[in-house]
Design a protein around this ligand. Structure first.
Ligand SMILES: [Zn+2]
Length: 485
C-alpha cells in the first residue's frame, strides 16, 4: 500500500474562551482584558497567591451546559474540578483547575456529536468530552521565541473561563476538520457564549496521523483557515517521510502561520503525568435536573434547527440553507431581505456567491457592510423586471456592498438600464457579425457557437443588452444567410 492510499486520521481539541462572561472563572476580576495594559486584570485568586479560595462562576457553568446540549452530549449531574499539575511560568499556582474523566472524576459533558456537511456529504463527528477549565497567563517574547533575550508574563488572561472540546478522531481530511471548526464556532455564536472574532478566543490543537503510523500533535492553530492549511501541510510532510521509508516521530509541532509550516516543539517520549487530583477548595457540586432543564429551555434556535427551518420556510435545499446559516449575520440578512423579496432561491444564490465574495474582497466586518436588505431586495426586483441584466447586477453589487448605492435612484439618474430596443440591437448584431465572419461561419454549422456572438454583443453594449433578444436576432439573421446561400 502506498502512502497515497493510507487513511488519514484527524482529531481536534478546541479551546474556546467564554468571552461573553463579565468575570473570570473563579474570581470577580473583569474578564475583558484585551484592551488593557499587562497585569491590570488580576487579583490574589488569579495570581495564585497562597490562602485564597476560588469560587466558581455560575454563569460559566450555565454556558457550558448550553454548549454541551447543543453538541448533543450527555450532561453530568455533578460538577467536579481537579488540579492538573505542570510547572510553567504562565501558571502561577503550578496547577490548572480543570476537569478529568476517571474514577471519582467526570467532565461536565461527554459522548456528543456534531453534524458537518462537506462537498455535498453529511458526516457525524463525535465529541469525546467537554471540560471547563481556566486559561493560563500569556508569555510574551521580544521578537521571536528563538531570539528573545528574555520573556515577559502577562497574567490578565490567567483564570479566564475556557471550554476544552475534544473530538473523537473521526475526520479524514483537512476540509472535514475545517468544516467541524466552522460548525462549532457557529453553534457557539448562536448560543451567544463567545465572540470568535476576538484574538485568541479560540485555539485549535490537531492530532493527525496516517493509519498505522505515529501521531503528531499540532499546537495553537488560531483560525479556521489555518486549521485546513496546517493539516494540509502536515499530510504532505508525513506522506513524504512514509514514502521514503522513514518513521513518523510521535511529537508535538508548532504551526507557524507566516511561514505556512509546522516546526517541531518536543518529542513525546511518554504520556505527560499531570498528577490529577480533586481540588479540595472546590468540593463536588450536585446540579439538579431543574437547574439543567431550565438552561436547556432557555436556549435559542441553533444552526441545525435553523437549517431545517430554512429548508421548510424558504424551500431551500440543504446546501444553500447550510451555507447561509453557518454565517449567522448572513442568515439574519437573508431573513430580513426575504420579508421584502420572495424568490428565496435567487436571493440565497446572490448572497452566498457574489455578495459574500465582495464582503471578503473588501475585508468588511458585518457592521461595515453598507448594503442593507432593502438595497438587495430592490436590486433583485429590478433584475426580475428586466430593467437590469445579470451582468449589470454583478457590476453594481460591489458598489452597493461598499457604498450602499441606492440602485433605484442610480438607474433613474444615469439611465443605466437593460437595452431591449430591437432595432438598436439589430444594428449592433449586424456590426458584430460583419466584424467576425469566422464566428458567423461557425455559428451556421454549430448552434452552440451562437453564444460566442451573443457574448461579443454583450461586450459591445457593456453587458446592458438583453441577451435573449440578442440571441433571437442572431438566429433570425443566420436563418436568412442559410436561405440566401
Ligand atoms: Zn482574579
Amino acid at each position: 500500500m502506498t502512502a497515497k492510499e493510507l487513511k488519514v486520521i484527524i482529531g481536534l481539541e478546541v479551546h474556546v474562551q467564554l468571552t461573553s462572561l463579565k468575570t473570570k472563572l473563579f474570581c470577580p476580576t473583569p474578564a475583558n482584558y484585551r484592551e488593557s495594559p499587562p497585569n491590570t486584570h488580576v487579583c490574589p485568586v488569579c495570581l495564585g497567591l497562597p490562602g485564597v479560595l476560588p469560587v466558581v462562576n455560575r454563569k460559566a457553568v450555565e454556558y457550558a451546559i448550553a454548549v454541551a446540549k447543543a453538541l448533543n452530549c450527555e450532561i453530568s449531574d455533578k460538577l467536579i474540578f481537579v488540579r492538573k499539575h505542570y510547572f510553567y511560568p504562565d501558571l502561577p499556582k503550578n496547577y490548572q483547575i480543570s476537569q478529568y474523566i476517571g474514577p471519582g472524576f467526570t467532565s461536565i459533558a461527554k459522548n456528543g456529536y456534531v453534524t458537518i456537511y462537506v462537498q455535498g456529504k453529511k458526516k457525524i463527528v463525535r465529541i469525546r468530552r467537554i471540560n471547563i477549565e481556566e486559561d493560563p497567563g500569556r508569555i510574551i517574547y521580544i521578537g521571536s521565541i528563538e531570539t528573545s533575550p528574555y520573556s515577559l508574563i502577562d497574567y490578565n488572561r490567567s483564570g479566564v473561563a475556557l471550554l476544552e472540546i475534544v473530538t473523537e478522531p473521526d475526520m479524514e481530511n483537512p476540509k472535514e476538520a475545517r468544516a467541524f471548526v466552522e460548525k462549532l464556532i457557529a453553534i457557539l455564536e448562536y448560543l451567544g457564549v463567545t465572540n470568535p472574532e476576538l484574538e485568541g478566543a479560540f485555539r485549535v490543537d490537531a492530532n493527525i496521523s496516517f493509519e498505522g503510523y505515529g501521531r503528531v500533535e499540532i499546537k495553537n492553530i488560531g483560525s479556521v483557515k489555518d486549521v485546513e492549511r496546517a493539516l494540509t501541510y502536515e499530510i504532505v510532510r508525513q506522506r513524504r517521510i512514509i514514502e521514503q521509508g522513514g518513521k513518523i516521530e510521535r511529537e508535538t509541532r508548532h504551526w507557524d502561520p507566516e511561514k505556512g509550516i509546522t516546526v517541531p516543539l518536543r518529542v513525546k517520549e511518554v504520556e505527560e503525568d499531570y498528577r490529577y487530583f480533586p481540588d479540595p477548595d472546590l468540593p463536588p457540586l450536585r446540579m439538579s435536573r431543574e437547574f439543567i432543564e431550565k438552561i436547556i429551555k432557555s436556549m435559542p434556535e441553533l444552526p441545525d434547527e435553523r437549517i431545517e427551518r430554512f429548508m421548510k420556510q424558504y424551500n431551500l435545499d440543504e446546501y444553500r440553507a447550510t451555507v447561509l446559516v453557518l454565517i449567522k449575520w448572513l442568515a439574519d440578512f437573508f431573513e430580513e431581505t426575504a420579508k421584502m423579496y420572495n424568490d428565496y432561491k435567487k436571493l440565497a444564490d446572490l448572497l452566498i456567491t457574489d455578495f459574500l465574495r465582495w464582503v471578503h474582497e473588501y475585508n468588511l466586518s458585518p457592521s461595515a457592510i453598507k448594503a442593507t436588505p432593502t438595497h438587495i431586495a430592490k436590486l433583485l426586483s429590478l433584475w426580475d423586471k428586466g430593467i437590469l441584466t445579470s451582468k449589470m447586477v454583478k457590476e453594481l453589487l460591489p458598489r452597493i456592498v461598499l457604498e450602499g448605492l441606492d440602485i433605484e435612484k442610480y438607474v433613474e439618474t444615469t439611465g443605466y438600464v437593460r437595452i431591449t430596443d430591437r432595432s438598436y440591437l439589430h444594428k449592433i448584431v449586424e456590426e458584430v457579425m460583419n466584424e467576425n465572419p469566422k464566428a458567423v461561419k461557425d455559428a451556421l454549422s454549430n448552434p452552440k457557437a451562437i453564444n460566442y456572438i451573443v457574448g461579443l454583443v454583450m461586450k459591445k453594449t457593456n453587458g446592458k443588452a438583453d441577451p435573449q433578444i440578442v440571441k433571437n436576432i442572431i438566429e433570425e439573421m443566420l436563418n436568412k444567410l442559410r436561405e440566401g446561400s
